[in-house]
Design a binder for this molecule. Structure first.
Ligand SMILES: [Zn+2]
Length: 89
């Protein structure tokens, strides 16, 4: 598994460690945000264009602040962005 250091897609201004997780997209760990999270391929494509939905970023950061492990997904068909918050990371 290849881990690369990239600008945090949650736009915290920090550097995050990104690892591909196959068809599920990418896993991130960001010390500035204080936790780990995931982006789907669609959400990653949005983030690469700087078009990740601001509300998705906000929800993911809130989840991280609460010790959760959020996953941001953007559907390829309807471009709807959702944030899935599962248990503690
Ligand atoms: Zn961050």
């Amino acid at each position: 598994m290849t881990t690369t250091s990239v600008d945090c897609p949650l736009q915290c201004g920090g550097q995050a460690q990104r690892s591909p997780i196959g068809w599920r997209g990418y896993a991130y760990r960001c010390p500035t945000c204080g936790g780990s999270f995931e982006l789907s391929d669609g959400a990653q494509a949005d983030a690469d264009r700087g078009q990740l939905h601001p509300q998705a970023i906000e929800r993911a950061r809130q989840a991280l602040a609460n010790g959760k492990h959020p996953r941001i997904e953007t559907g390829a068909d309807d471009k709807r962005t959702t944030v899935i918050v599962s248990g503690a990371s």
